[in-house]
Ligand binder design. Sequence first.
Ligand SMILES: Cc1ncc(COP(=O)(O)O)c(C=O)c1O
Length: 387
Amino acid sequence: LIKPAKRAQLIQPFYVMDLLAQAKTLEAQGRSIIHLEVGEPDFPTPDTIKQEAINAYQQDLTKYTAATGMPELREAISGFYADKFRFSVSPERIIVTPGASGALLLVLASLLNAGDDLLLTDPGYPCNRNFAYLLNVNPVGLPVEAGNDFLPTLDELNQAIEKNPNARTLMLASPSNPTGSVIRRDTLESLAAWAKQHNIALIVDEIYQGITFDTESYCAGSVDADIFIINSFSKYFCMSGWRLGWTVVPEGFVPVLDKLAQNIYLAAPTVAQIAALKAFDKDVIEILEQRRALYQERSEYLYQKLIELGFRIPHKPQGAFYLYADCSEFTQDSYDFCQRLLHEAGVAITPGRDFGDYKQKEYVRLTCANSMENIEQAVERIRDFIS
Ligand SMILES: Cc1ncc(COP(=O)(O)O)c(C=O)c1O
């Protein structure tokens, strides 16, 4: 009997997918479900971008691009960094990928050997540990506290590398999924200095860059040119289904990633790349900034209401579109809470166990990537449910 490889067996589906399937069944039965579990913008891709894709199709611009991406797009990203984040980076160091997912695969594959340890925050983005399994690498979750901006302290990092001598890489995210926390610049400076001192590669996932609330915006690359940056058109630019992202890597890694990209997927989608050339246009950014303000309004509203209802949110989100809320006032098991909230109240949210082990039974993630009207209604449903 032919069995799937061990690495495939190690990779778990998301628990929220189970909940989504249940939600679909309930919806098919005519129940109204409010979705606060999704991890993508509720807004459509701006028209200017879509129109450019239509033009590209009509002009038959549908052949492969270079594996590293269209030079014009790499230049446009470099220009955007300079304009919006005062981060000056050569387009050569920017590699266009199929989503941040493609960037994560390339960067991790270029850095890690089989048997190495990958240091991750727990909670953190669930796919990271699964990329580790794919590469026969051991994911090491570092339990992180709300009181420390959901980041490991230098002491904890020192302990982690003592316990895991094969640690070669540390992965962080800012703003973070699921916590919405942002890494302060001075904190990143000290983390980057620590990484350098211990010969650890530092990856910072900035996929939610641009979606921040009243906090200093900077790019990790301006702290240290040796940081590997992950980014994407999925979130701020509302292009999740276009499958387009990018990574910024130290110069020496460019040929390595070029080679990997050529072999793993050839190139990112051509029409998406052409369309994305319009993503930095003034009129598009204006629309995206209005949306950013709406996320902030909704996040603030949901934050206040959840607190009123008795959730604890020890770290107020400063970005992304998530709230990571402690529901231990109502339950011993957040997964059970999500199940009951879905079935009894018709609100879908994500259980903490999708993001790691640490305190997973206490936490749930809610997203504010839904209309204010739906969020208000969800709050009423949650109120009725817990009372
Ligand atoms: C932190 C983080 N990184 C990476 C991704 C992958 O995004 P994409 O491949 O759509 O760019 C996501 C998607 O939700 C995410 O939340």
